[in-house]
Design a protein around this ligand. Structure first.
Ligand SMILES: C[S@@+](CC[C@H](N)C(=O)[O-])C[C@H]1O[C@@H](n2cnc3c(N)ncnc32)[C@H](O)[C@@H]1O
Length: 243
């Protein structure tokens, strides 16, 4: 993987490998990689914020919804071939985006829907306050590649969980970092120590940090150079201090 930045870092019980790819994640289509146990997708939500030019899908228009559908088709065409038969796929979105993505996956791809998980946050007090019903939850679609033989560790994992959202004004990362706890919740149920996680939209590196906590190797795609630098800094610092 010649374009990837690669480094080894100590996980909880084993040394893990991290690869960071500076390309658009659609390059996955042409890559030959060892298959993944878990893929996490925190891509476009249809947010339409000017500073987030990669997320310019207006889900209130027919044209915007069709572009959104096509974006996710291209992404699934590129990444699903890299998911192991025992593997899991998690997709974050607002419920309205998740509904569209779910219909694409269910109708057009050979994957198995397992659960619509709801992540509730009550700390975003100003989100559309006074102009709409205030947004206080997001969806996480949980799929497996096959209907049987996937990894699920048992235990009590309700399909609604609550954890505060990280608000942009309280974070150095302005592009919507997920809290470590939300990713931990998913990986505590499905992680595969010694296995591999693919973070399609690596952002600030949350998926990678949690993969390392679960002794998994990680590959992250992130086309923003500043974000990649932040990931390297964060992962090295985090692993030294926290794991
Ligand atoms: C919502 S953020 C992901 C945040 C991440 N889950 C976290 O916790 O930090 C999406 C990230 O994906 C990157 N991105 C968007 N489209 C991409 C693409 N097609 N290929 C690679 N990176 C992309 C953006 O630069 C941004 O950093």
């Amino acid at each position: 993987m010649k374009d990837f930045l690669n480094f080894q870092i100590q996980g909880k019980h084993r040394t893990c490998d991290v690869w960071l790819c500076p390309e658009n994640n659609l390059h996955l289509k042409n890559l030959k990689l060892e298959p993944f146990d878990i893929i996490i997708c925190d891509g476009p939500y249809g947010i339409l914020e000017p500073e987030c030019e990669w997320d310019d899908f207006d889900l209130n228009t027919k044209e915007g919804r069709e572009r959104f559908r096509q974006h996710y088709r291209n992404l699934f065409d590129a990444c699903l071939k890299h998911l192991k038969k025992t593997g899991s796929l998690f997709i974050f979105n607002y419920p309205e985006g998740a509904g569209i993505i779910k219909s694409v996956l269910d109708e057009e791809y050979s994957v198995h829907f397992r659960r619509w998980i709801t992540w509730v946050y009550e700390n975003h007090f100003d989100f559309d306050k006074g102009t709409n019903f205030r947004r206080s939850h997001e969806a996480v679609l949980y799929y497996t590649k096959e209907a049987k033989g996937f990894i699920f560790h048992g235990g009590d994992f309700p399909d609604v969980f609550s954890h505060p959202i990280i608000k942009a004004e309280s974070s150095p990362f302005k592009d919507g970092a997920k809290p470590l706890e939300t990713i931990r919740f998913l990986l505590d149920a499905t992680a595969c120590p010694g296995g591999r996680l693919l973070s399609l939209f690596a952002g600030s590196g949350t998926d990678i940090a949690v993969a390392l906590e679960h002794d998994m190797d990680a590959v992250g795609f992130e086309f923003n150079k500043m974000h990649r630098e932040l990931i390297v800094e964060r992962i090295k610092e985090r692993v030294q201090n926290d794991l």
